[in-house]
Design a protein around this ligand. Structure first.
Ligand code: PMP
Ligand code: GLU
Length: 399
């Protein structure tokens, strides 16, 4: 008799974002000239002061297990950061460090969900949220925002999906994949709903440092003690310090939730990497200059990509306010043919574009809207010029 895979794992869809990125990297390794707009990963190297800190950690012998929820050194820096940037006061026991923001999210969902609990997810949304909710035994409830509304979901629409089983709401501002930023007024309305109906808010703030045109990040947890007591703030160093491979994320929230997340992590992965924890602590003490420079560069890339795309007949996009993603509306091409093949949705568009023009984008079906593809502008201006030029040629060949 053939041994089987669990039902839970059979139902998991692999991460499309990571799959596209590895496909693009694989083609590049084969010597092909691929332009990657797929990866949600800053292309800058990790700043030298952070790399030096990792070398110091090795030399100082910081190579052993640390406390499961993170070193005192790193938790001190996280505490200071949350107070400085977000006006949020937490004790050390309200904080956990994990292997990337991804693990924090999964720990949080595992700590709060019972089988059948519903989690509201405004969409388009990052691919991993619904999968993680399902893996933790919950039921993802996607609530779609429209491009006309800057992809945000009005509070009354969200309210229409609240049921007695609603256990949490996942917010992500600035947003992956839309680039939209939630303002304090809408956050207040969401907070009122959470407090009135008694559900958690998981606030994924990983792109907090990437907001354009002078916009300001507001953490929903900072809107009052009532909502803070129900919010789990998720953040990390991957995007703001160009440290995606180092795998350090953190969460802050109600003591009992953090305690449960810590117990859960103690039996799965133990502590996050000790060397990376020291490097992340140093990153948090001194990153303003690096982040200012990256924001300037991302602003130039965003404007360049938007202007080039706007000049292509048949495509539409919305100017993102944050993160480094742009949603491109391809609906006018759906039903057309390219190289004899019909484009029936965003998957076909993305695979035909990769095959014929060597440009990687992510089909937004994965984010809940098949009329779009997501482009990441975390790549050089030169590559943006070449890549968008190829997209323009591709569009012309669609008939
Ligand atoms: N949240 C969002 C919205 C993301 O796009 C990502 C992508 N990496 C993560 C969380 C996970 O970040 P990390 O690298 O810290 O696991
Ligand atoms: N979050 C990034 C993205 O959406 C990196 C890949 C991943 O972790 O999903 O592309």
């Amino acid at each position: 008799m053939a041994l089987t895979i669990s039902q839970k794992c059979k139902n998991i869809q692999p991460s499309v974002t990571l799959a596209i990125d590895s496909r693009a990297k694989q083609l590049r390794a084969m010597g092909l000239d691929v332009i990657g707009f797929g990866a949600g990963e800053p292309d800058f190297d990790t700043p030298k002061y952070i790399k030096d800190a990792a070398k110091d950690a090795l030399d100082a012998g910081l190579t052993k297990y640390t406390p499961v929820s993170g070193t005192v050194e790193l938790k001190n820096e996280i505490q200071a950061k949350l107070l400085r940037d977000n006006n949020l006061e937490y004790e050390q026991t309200d904080i956990i460090v994990s292997t990337g923001a991804k693990q924090c999210l999964f720990n949080a969902l595992s700590a709060i969900l019972d089988p059948g609990d519903e989690v509201l997810i405004p969409a388009p949304a990052w691919v991993s949220y619904p999968e993680m909710v399902a893996m933790a035994g919950g039921v993802p409830i996607m609530v779609s925002g429209s491009a006309e509304n800057n992809f945000t979901v009005p509070a009354e629409e969200l309210a229409a999906h609240i049921t007695p089983k609603t256990k949490a709401l996942i917010l992500n501002s600035p947003n992956n994949p839309t680039g939209c930023v939630l303002d304090a007024t809408l956050l207040r309305q969401y907070a009122d709903l959470a407090v009135e109906h008694g559900f958690y808010v998981i606030s994924d703030e990983i792109y907090e440092k990437l907001i354009y045109d002078g916009g300001r990040h507001v953490s929903i947890a900072s809107l009052g003690e009532d909502i803070k007591a129900q919010t789990i703030v998720i953040n990390g160093v991957s995007k703001s310090y160009s440290m995606t491979g180092w795998r350090i994320g953190y969460a802050a929230g109600p003591k009992n939730v953090i305690k449960a997340m810590t117990s859960f992590q103690s039996h799965t992965t133990s502590n996050a990497n000790s060397i990376a924890q020291h490097a992340a602590a140093v990153a948090l003490t001194n990153g303003e200059r690096f982040m200012h420079e990256s924001l300037m560069e991302f602003t130039a890339r965003r404007n360049l990509m938007f202007d080039m795309l706007a000049s292509i007949d048949g495509l539409k996009c919305t100017m993102p306010q944050g993160a480094f993603y742009m949603m491109l509306n391809i609906s006018s091409l759906i039903g057309k043919k390219v190289n004899g093949k019909v484009i029936s949705g965003s998957d076909d568009f993305a695979s035909a574009l990769l095959e014929s023009k060597m440009v990687a984008v992510v089909p937004a079906r994965a984010f809940g809207d098949d009329r779009y593809v997501r482009l990441s502008y975390a790549t050089t201006r030169e590559k943006i010029i070449v890549g968008i030029g190829r997209i323009a040629e591709f569009v012309k060949e669609c008939e």
